[in-house]
Design a protein around this ligand. Structure first.
Ligand code: ARG
Length: 464
């Protein structure tokens, strides 16, 4: 049996081992390379734990003072990048604890009383994720603000609304943008709901069964701003469902951004030409001098895939684990971190990208004309004059065919020709066929009439 008691390179748990861990295994099991980003939260959690231990007289006031002093020094070392992270010490928790002990001696060794890395890491992730959710909420709000600004300028700008990617009916560009505003509002609500379940304290669960020390979990929860404690110690250290549901909410954020990206790419194609993106979001081609490519939306569309992958990865990570903690859970961090990083960067860019969209109303109007976007309006008009809808549909379909043959739009056929398809066509039919008339007539809550779009924008501003 090797005696490690005076060996500074010994692991915190090496007492019962008779040979050192193999080099590759050391790297395989270590997480410090990525979990060190939890350091500020690890320190915060440790300080709250130490304060509780002192209050409960489990450690002395002098121990607490030393721990606070040591942690302040470590925090400074980390912030100024002087801290020596070592793979020998496995993870962020052991790296910090070891440094603490080097700085303050025995008090550092007392910090871990009544605690395990199992409840410690679960606490750190929750503290970290809570903060990131708040950051994402700010970014989503900024993105919504940019959508509203642009929608306001285009509350009355007609564009073709599509179904099956075929011109369907006129909508306003503002109305179209507000659809994405609504998606972002639901994304924020989902994150806020998820945050409630993230914001529970696992600490006190210790390794899995709780601890023999007279701890005060409620105190620690209050210190750390948690809404309450995780009620069951086994559940507290083992489940990562809060991270999984966060990833599900994040996957939906990316789904929405990806759909918007797909539209931006389409709209920016010279074949469509509805918009132009600011140069700072595009790149050129190394071979084709004429190109301006919408790289940012393409990447956002592409990056949604990795976020979906992380969600599935975490589900798979969890599904086979018996209670309670298993080392599998160390694999929760990289997907979770990458999800947050990807969504954060995407949203930060998108708020700015939306603000830089240049709209080409002429191209939108030209597309409307080519697509017979007001055909439904004419059919509705005939219905209001007493024709059964199916007959009206048929009459207008024949008129569209005639217009197609002549290469003109429905209004350009003229009243006389239109009457040939239905004698119910009156003088006012041309107004019905106009894009403006079509838009104005859809004036109910949630409709595309410019006055409704303006009302929706005002309501959205109040909600924001
Ligand atoms: N690095 C570990 C993790 O991320 C911390 C908990 C380790 N616990 C243990 N019993 N080995 O999950």
């Amino acid at each position: 049996m090797t005696d490690h008691s005076n060996d500074s390179s010994a692991k915190a748990w090496s007492g019962r081992f008779s040979e050192p861990v193999a080099e590759l295994v050391k790297r395989y099991t270590a997480s410090v390379a990525f979990d060190r980003r939890l350091a500020p939260h690890d320190i915060r959690g440790s300080l709250a734990h130490a304060r509780m231990l002192a209050r409960q007289e489990i450690i002395g006031a002098d121990d607490l003072a030393a721990i606070e002093r040591g942690m302040a020094a470590i925090k400074h070392e980390i912030e100024t990048e002087q801290f020596q992270w070592s793979v020998d010490d496995e993870d962020v928790h052991l790296n910090i604890e070891k440094r603490l002990t080097a700085l303050i001696g025995d008090a550092g060794k007392r910090l871990h009383t009544g605690r395990s890395r199992n409840d410690q890491v679960a606490t750190d992730i929750r503290l970290w994720l809570r903060e990131e959710i708040d950051g994402l909420d700010d970014l989503l709000r900024a993105y919504q603000g940019a959508l509203l600004e642009l929608a306001e300028s285009h509350a009355a700008t007609p564009m073709p609304g599509f179904t099956h990617l075929q011109v369907a009916q006129p909508v306003t560009f503002g109305h179209h943008l507000l659809a994405y505003f609504e998606m972002a509002a639901r994304d924020r609500a989902r994150l806020a709901d998820c945050r409630k379940r993230v914001n529970r304290l696992p600490l006190g669960a210790a390794a899995l069964a709780g601890t023999t020390f007279p701890i005060d979990r409620e105190f620690v929860a209050r210190e750390l701003g948690f809404d309450g404690i995780c009620a069951n110690s086994l559940d507290a250290v083992s489940d990562r469902d809060f991270a999984i549901e966060f990833c599900a909410a994040a996957a939906l954020v990316m789904t929405h951004v990806s759909r918007f990206s797909e539209e931006l790419i389409l709209w920016m194609s010279p074949r469509v030409g509805f918009i132009d993106l600011a140069d700072r979001f595009c790149t050129g081609s190394s071979i084709m001098p004429q190109k301006k490519n919408p790289d940012v939306p393409e990447l956002a569309r592409g990056k949604s895939g990795r976020v979906f992958g992380h969600l599935v990865g975490l589900l798979a990570l969890m599904k086979g684990q018996p209670l309670a903690y298993n080392k599998d859970n160390q694999e929760d961090k990289e997907p979770l971190f990458d999800t947050v990083d990807t969504v954060r960067d995407t949203l930060a860019i998108f708020a700015d990208l939306v603000a830089g969209i240049r709209v080409r109303p002429e191209a939108m109007r030209a597309a409307l004309r080519q697509g017979y976007a007001t055909a439904t309006d004419l059919a509705d008009y005939l219905v209001k004059k007493g024709l059964p809808f199916r007959d009206a549909h048929e009459a207008v379909a024949l008129a569209v065919r005639a217009a197609e043959e002549r290469g003109c739009d429905l209004a350009e056929l003229g009243l006389e020709t239109l009457r040939g398809f239905s004698p119910l066509v009156g003088e006012d039919a041309l107004e019905v066929l106009s894009v403006e008339g079509s838009l104005a007539s859809r004036s109910h809550a949630g409709g595309t009439a410019p006055e409704q779009v303006r009302a929706a924008i005002a309501a959205a501003r109040r909600a924001l």
